[in-house]
Design a protein around this ligand. Structure first.
Ligand code: 4G8
Length: 178
């Protein structure tokens, strides 16, 4: 049985500020997920999303970039103390922060050696749902992301990769794209 959104009864569509993406939330069970739950009428959902979730109006400046915004990709390694210790890779993440640190430092060395790129590594190794987009978060401005993440991103020049950045979500490597 689906409502006007096409989602099973009890599910709602929310908008994640940090990621600029819609996600699916069940207020009673507090479940949140990036993919529509099973039983969704996907045709109805597509119609609903087309009407209600157009991308926010953008005001590109001369070089097509939105005022004061940057674009970055990231690789997230979560640990058991992450605010949400779960991801598409692992339903329950139990590694310690120290283990996560040695993992992400290994990723950092491989990227800096030129053996691989952050985007390619993020695709298989990132605990963020943006892994499916090579870690690309699109454009964001100040106030959109967790403060530590924002400050590290804005301190980078385009093409630069950060050292390990810690947020409540976990440990990140960030590459500023634009
Ligand atoms: O921090 C939380 O309480 C939960 N989150 C954010 C989140 C928000 C809405 C839906 C699912 C996940 C994450 O843990 C998370 N944060 C990020 C993140 C953090 C900083 C910059 C970009 C993405 N990705 C994720 C993810 O699961 O995919």
């Amino acid at each position: 049985m689906s409502s006007e959104t096409g989602l099973p009864v009890g599910w709602e569509i929310r908008h994640s500020q940090s990621k600029g993406l819609p996600y699916y939330f069940h207020p009673q069970t507090k479940e949140s997920r990036w993919e529509p739950p099973s039983g969704t009428d996907s045709e109805k959902l597509k119609l609903y999303m087309g009407m209600h979730h157009s991308t926010q109006a953008i005001r590109p400046d001369g070089n097509g970039q939105q005022e004061g915004k940057i674009r970055a990709a990231h690789l997230l390694v979560k640990h058991r103390d992450s605010r949400r210790p779960s991801s598409w890779r692992e339903a329950q993440i139990t590694r310690s922060k120290e283990e996560a640190m040695s993992i992400i430092r290994g990723h950092e060395s491989r990227i800096r050696s030129g053996a691989t790129s952050l985007g390619d590594l993020a695709t298989s190794e990132s605990d963020c749902s943006s892994a499916r987009k090579k870690g690309d978060l699109g454009f964001f401005g100040r106030g959109d992301m967790q403060k530590e993440f924002e400050d590290a991103s804005f301190a980078l020049k385009p093409g630069e990769v950060s050292h390990v950045v810690e947020t409540a979500s976990g440990l990140h490597l960030i590459e500023r794209l634009v």
